[in-house]
Design a binder for this molecule. Sequence first.
Ligand SMILES: Cc1ncc(COP(=O)(O)O)c(C=O)c1O
Length: 282
Amino acid sequence: MERMGQKTSTYWFKNTQQVIDFNEGRLQSHEYGRYGNPTVKACEDKIAQLEGAEDCLVSASGMSSVTTMLMALVQPGGQIITTSDCYWRTRQFMQNFLPKLNIGVSVIAPNDFGALQQCLDSTSATLFFSESPTNPYLRCVDINKISKMCHAKGVHVCIDSTFSTPINSKALEHGADLVLHSATKYLAGHNDVLAGALAGKRELIQQVRTLHHILGGVTDPHAAYLLLRGLKTLELRVERHNRSAAEIARRLQQHPKPQTAAAAESWQPQGSMAGGSTGSSL
Ligand SMILES: Cc1ncc(COP(=O)(O)O)c(C=O)c1O
């Protein structure tokens, strides 16, 4: 029987029959911390619910989610498509590390659908990865359109939704197969924990989970507890962020310096795309 509510790396069973039942799927429990923990599981269930996902895998950091997902879902010799605006460590991993596994990376501008179609037609890509909004330029991609184009070629779509959160955009509802978060940011929200989350189709999450159990970038139960605490106020915090951002944009549009007002105006197309695909006034 597991030691519920305690920080522990190992779990014990009352007798051999329980071990057999656990291994044969009749007893829900935990065995060893790298393979799961009740607090981490509660956190995963909550994020899966927020994203409308079948399953979720929480990791020790956003980078652990990114790197484990890429290595689990793209085979050596494979190809991925990504966008030119992207968190630099993710880009570094894709451009410097993936080639060591003989994985090719095509980089296109966000929402350059012509370039996307060309990559889909001319490479053997199996995964499209983009942030939306992107870090650092806050560009939103048209997840509906990209997913339709990619799925027509059997290519999976993973969206890093760190900057939108499930409150502003549910990437899975717009057709993505997977949604990823640096939970260190808005999901946890208190600057006191590093974590990553990947949510989506059960079959894909299971593939990533298997490699995660080997690579070992696991979240400890206290970090998962802190993340669960942050999730409780996520909606309130994001709604307030949205109101403040909209007010700043409104004031900048009326700014006496024409350049500043024009810059605020040019924010609109990205804002309306986010709103269009999210129903929110991001
Ligand atoms: C969009 C995005 N994805 C992933 C990461 C990596 O997350 P972490 O710092 O939790 O490893 C970051 C970090 O800044 C990020 O901005």
